[in-house]
Design a protein around this ligand. Structure first.
Ligand SMILES: [Zn+2]
Length: 369
């Protein structure tokens, strides 16, 4: 993970370590971690065995903090961690720092177990705790616990996710599975969940596979790309500005197209969207050459008279391809620039979507040698 100067500096001041791009260590009596998100966030977290009742007690204090610090997106308890996330802008670091010390002084008023107590099993770690960065459905938590306790949590979460995403074979089986994984859940609640899943799985029939929707989005994006780039530069695609950047957002239309026809998440979806993004930019850049040729041919009256529309289009395409071949360098440079920008935009977006049907991933943080 990437860690900028500001957090590195704060780590040094607090006497914390940086492991795999994450600040972590024991500060005062708290297991503290800090990191930066790809989408422009800064987060600090305290890992401890928090009392269940603590959240209700702290609710008011937290909403006051969220009010006091404009950059604070949220502060909440998640799986034995207290996590505060900030949007990263100029001036965020000052709020981040002040809020961090505010939170510590709030926690000081309560009897929070020492950092050396494992949040999972409640036993002392005698300094043998490991730091794990866990990622689940797009959100991250940083945990300081026994290695075997963290590994057990990972297995348990994934087991529950596995059960949760399994297509219910029958209502009876579903109730039995869920009751096993969540013994405290009432039958009535499970029946309600079953109905919800059933309704979600049949949201009206889908007649087309996802790639057809993505291809539709791809063609639409290519057309918009040609129009926007030509409007932007007048005659030359390699001199793009604002509209050309908008033209590079075609990946979103492709994603929409895919999701409209097939609503499944995972690797196949990412792969289809990325391939179609490369294709639309290629068609778009080629399309610009064709349209430019067509405009030039009409301007200089070089289109033979009396030919059909189809013939005429064939002539434009032929001429466009020939102009591309005559100036391959310019075509390739345009293609590389636009493909990189478009891919960057859609990959960041897909990354933020999170792999919704993936498992929880845990990474044990280690000091780089
Ligand atoms: Zn433990």
């Amino acid at each position: 993970m990437y860690l900028g100067y500001a957090l590195r500096k704060m780590a040094r001041e607090l006497g914390l370590e940086v492991k795999d791009g994450v600040v972590c260590g024991i500060f005062k009596r708290y297991a503290v971690s800090m990191w930066e998100g790809l989408s422009g966030t800064k987060t600090f977290s305290i890992s401890a065995k928090f009392d269940d009742k603590l959240y209700e007690k702290l609710d008011k204090d937290f909403s006051e903090l969220e009010y006091k610090y404009q950059r604070l997106l949220y502060i909440r308890f998640m799986d034995d961690t207290l996590t505060a996330e900030f949007s990263d802008n100029p001036g965020t670091m000052k709020q981040f720092r002040n809020c961090f010390f505010d939170v510590l002084s709030i926690l000081d008023q309560y009897d929070i177990p020492d950092a050396d107590i494992c949040p999972k099993c409640g036993l002392p770690m005698y300094g043998q705790g490991v730091w794990s960065m866990c990622e689940i459905i797009g959100s991250k938590i940083c945990l300081y616990a026994h290695e075997h306790c963290a590994a057990a949590m990972e297995r348990e979460v994934n087991r529950q996710l596995e059960i949760g995403k399994r297509t219910p074979v029958s209502k009876e089986q579903f109730i039995k599975d869920i009751k096993e994984a969540y013994p405290e859940e009432s039958i009535k609640e499970i029946e309600k969940a079953y109905k919800e899943i059933e309704a979600e799985q049949n949201p009206g029939k889908r007649y087309l596979p996802g790639w057809i929707g993505a291809l539709g989005g791809c063609i639409l994006s290519a057309i918009l790309f040609v129009v926007l780039c030509l409007m932007d530069s007048g005659s030359h695609y390699s001199r793009g500005g604002g509209l050309s950047l908008v033209a590079c957002c075609g990946g979103f239309i492709i994603k929409k197209g895919y999701d409209l026809t097939k609503d499944t998440y995972g690797k196949k979806r990412c792969f289809t969207i990325i391939i179609m993004t490369v294709l639309y930019v290629f068609l778009g850049v080629l399309g610009i050459a064709v349209v430019q040729e067509a405009m030039a041919m009409n301007q200089f009256n070089t289109v033979p008279e009396g030919i059909s529309i189809v013939e005429e289009c064939r002539l434009y395409i032929h001429s466009g391809i020939r102009s591309v071949l005559l100036d391959k360098g310019r075509f390739l440079i345009g293609l590389i620039i636009f493909t990189s920008v478009s891919l960057f935009i859609i990959i960041v977006d897909l990354y933020n979507d999170g792999d919704r049907d993936e498992r929880m991933r845990r990474k044990r943080l280690q000091k780089r040698k």
